[in-house]
Write a protein that binds this ligand. Structure first.
Ligand code: PLP
Length: 442
């Protein structure tokens, strides 16, 4: 057994790395060559390692630390709840849990008054899918290529990226293409064409799969890890109309895009669409304690008034998670953090990325809103060939050596800092990307 004290000021990155490599099995990786960055602490938009090196966080970890690190009100709420009651079974009524649910439904559209709590985003989608199947008596779930919905049975089968393929044991999942004008599957040249053709494709798939067999369409409102693909005008309203036409439940996955990321409380607030079920996690408490859930429309909630909902989790609505949700949502409202995300997006990130694109040929497209942006890098602007993984790896190392913690996905840099970021920090971070792209071109 190791005798190293983690309290010791002498602890170094090397010691933590050795400990990690000897005992921790990491996600989504071949373990042999891993060299994870050791993080010792964080505050606001900064994190630092054990050797005194600080990074400006343009990743929000896995796009979850919306409120920034160590927000004092959230930390205090967790401490106070820990002193009062650290755990309670989901079958009991608990004041903190009920308050968390109330604050969440307050942000949702009219007609959403119940929350089913989970431990994260995957099990939120898992349970939303189950609700839709039980409500409709149908089986199939339609989701998109270019999506991520989580790492549990139905959630990974609904996912549309490579992570589904080695995990695909569940039946009843169908995938379609969604709108992505820069790499259109529909030969579209305008957002209007892309929207219309993606909707046509979706409806044809529904008809050919047998519309009466489809329980739910599950969509990330703005696909996140897949590239921050803001839907074109009319697309989500069109999906809603298709769902109504065929009696299909619309589940919007707001796990990454929700709770402030796009500059709205819910990303769908910016679109003309009303879902039937909303799944959330990440931003609801910035991941200070694992939490997620499903916000349930009254129609679906009523269905389970006199029928058993056959689902549950030991830690559903855990008091520490609930306390962190109450404090996070209250602090976000009091401090105008969602408004700050919108302001930073429109006045700082958007214009700065447009200027970067004008200067660097390697940038094919920039897109996003709030603190949710993608810079798409290409080997050739005409063919739009994605920048190769090895080049992306070099760029990532360079960004880190310049003091930025980036979020890299495929051929993209996602600019996804905490929503508490200031204009000066935004300028500094995008300046680092500018310098790294200049060095890369050189
Ligand atoms: N849905 C979306 C859109 C996500 O981005 C993620 C995680 O990145 C999930 C679901 C899964 O959430 P979790 O990792 O909390 O299970």
């Amino acid at each position: 057994m190791s005798t190293t004290s983690l309290e010791s000021p002498a602890i170094t990155n090397a010691i933590v790395s050795d400990l990690d490599r000897s005992a921790v099995f990491h996600s989504w990786s071949a373990q042999g060559a891993l060299k994870p960055l050791a993080i010792a602490g964080g505050l606001g938009t900064a994190v630092w390692d054990h050797d005194g090196r600080e990074y400006l966080d343009f990743s929000s970890q896995l796009v979850n630390v919306t409120i920034g690190y160590q927000h004092p009100k959230v930390v205090a709420a967790i401490q106070e709840q820990a002193a009062l009651l650290t755990t309670i079974a989901p079958a009991h009524a608990n004041a903190t849990r009920a308050e968390a649910a109330r604050l969440i439904t307050d942000r949702a559209p009219d007609g959403f008054n119940k929350v089913f709590f989970t431990n994260g985003g995957a099990d939120a989608n898992e349970n939303a899918i189950r609700m839709a199947r039980l409500y409709t008596g149908r089986d199939k779930v339609l989701s998109r290529y270019r999506s991520y919905h989580g790492n549990t049975g139905a959630a990974i089968a609904a996912t549309g990226d490579w992570r589904r393929i080695p995990n695909e044991y569940a039946r009843g999942h169908v995938h379609t293409f969604g709108p992505y004008l820069y790499r259109s599957e529909f030969w579209a040249e305008t957002p209007g064409q892309e929207s219309e053709r993606a909707l046509h494709h979706l409806e044809r798939v529904i008809q050919l799969e047998g519309s009466a067999s489809i329980a739910a369409i599950l969509l990330e409102t703005v696909p996140g890890t897949a590239g921050i693909l803001t839907p074109p005008p009319g697309y989500l309203a069109g999906v809603r109309a298709i769902c109504d036409r065929y009696g299909i439940i619309l589940i919007l996955d707001e796990v990454m895009a929700g709770f402030g990321r796009t500059g709205e409380w819910f990303a769908f607030d910016a679109f003309d669409v009303r879902p039937d079920l909303i799944t959330f996690a990440k931003g609801v408490n910035s991941g200070y304690v694992p939490a997620g859930g499903v916000v349930i429309s009254d129609e679906i909630a009523r269905h389970f008034d006199d029928r058993v909902f056959p689902g549950g989790l030991t830690y559903s609505g855990h008091p520490l998670a609930s306390a962190s949700i109450v404090a996070t949502l209250s602090a976000m409202a009091e401090e105008g953090i969602v408004e700050n995300a919108a302001f930073i997006g429109s006045n700082h990130i958007g214009p700065a990325l447009a200027a970067l694109q004008a200067r660097h040929d390697v940038i094919g497209e920039v897109r996003g809103s709030g603190v949710f942006w993608a810079i798409e890098l290409v080997a050739d602007r005409v063919t739009r060939e994605p920048l190769a993984p090895a080049a992306m790896g070099r760029l990532k190392s360079d960004l880190m050596s310049r003091g930025l913690l980036p979020f890299i996905a495929d051929n993209r840099i996602h600019v996804v800092p905490p929503a508490v970021i200031t204009p000066e920090e935004t300028e500094r971070g995008i300046g680092i990307i500018d310098d790294a792209l200049s060095a890369f071109a050189g």
